[in-house]
Design a protein around this ligand. Structure first.
Ligand code: FES
Length: 253
């Protein structure tokens, strides 16, 4: 039986309507069959099947561009978990999207250091430029804009990530140019990558554990600011300045 909302006139207040999620629609048979085979391949890498949940969530995200109810039901079925257990994990990690995502997920770090260095300004500039709010996708489905928490890339703040590839030392101008390049279909390569970006769905597939076949995708070396701390730590320490004896100091007074 479906609960009827209490008429506003009876309470003098606006009715509160429950938003119930849709019952998951199974994947088309061919998609389901391929996914089952790939899920098996992933599950077999782990001594306990439930350990494969995170890559499986990336796998279903690679199909629809987000983790839908169908994806959750699929993961639960493959791993012998309940939908609630899978949902608890999928909603805990922010890399799993809960709404459809554009070809490029553009994340602007607005955590402390990036914010101080201009991250908030970049996010606002991109929102204005793309005419969407953070969390939304452009009408042409190319870009989903989002704010990100710290990506451990503070040495190159402020950073923007596109499909989890770093774009370092950004400004509002460079971020707008980046968004324009993505929307126009031009080839774009991250600051630390040797290969042009792939789509959000292809990235999800790589994160599920399938090989990244882009030539030079795994090339790249840490930059100077990243290595600065290591350099200081491994440098021979400079001898400490001789301490003056406090008695001597008193005697000099
Ligand atoms: S604060 Fe932005 S990467 Fe750390």
């Amino acid at each position: 039986m479906t609960a009827e909302p209490i008429p506003a006139t009876a309470t003098g207040r606006d009715p509160i309507l429950l938003q119930l999620s849709q019952r998951p629609v199974p994947y088309p048979p061919q998609v389901q069959e391929n996914l089952r085979a790939e899920a098996r391949e992933i599950i077999d890498r782990y001594p306990q099947s439930r350990s494969a949940l995170l890559p499986l969530l990336h796998l279903v995200q690679s199909v629809e561009g987000y983790v839908s109810g169908t994806g959750i039901a699929f993961c639960a079925e493959q791993l012998g978990l309940t939908d609630a257990e899978v949902t608890a994990v999928a909603t805990f990690y922010s890399m799993y999207r809960r709404t459809p995502t554009g070809d490029y997920h553009v994340g602007v770090c607005t955590n402390t250091l990036c914010a101080v260095m201009g991250g908030d300004e970049i996010l606002a500039a991109l929102a204005r430029h793309l005419e969407i709010a953070p969390g939304e996708t452009t009408a042409d489905a190319t870009i989903t804009l989002e704010h990100l928490e710290c990506n451990a890339a503070c040495d190159y703040a402020p950073v923007v990530m596109v499909n989890w590839e770093f774009f370092d030392n950004q400004t509002p101008e460079s971020a707008r140019a980046l968004a324009d390049a993505l929307r126009s279909g031009r080839e774009v390569t991250g600051t630390r990558s040797g290969a042009p970006l792939c789509s959000f769905r292809d990235t999800a597939r790589i994160l599920a554990g399938f090989p990244d076949r882009r030539p030079d995708a795994n090339e790249g070396a840490p930059g100077d600011p990243t290595l600065a701390g290591l350099r200081v730590a491994t440098e021979p320490s400079t001898p400490a300045a001789p301490q003056r004896d406090s008695d001597d100091e008193q005697g000099e007074r």
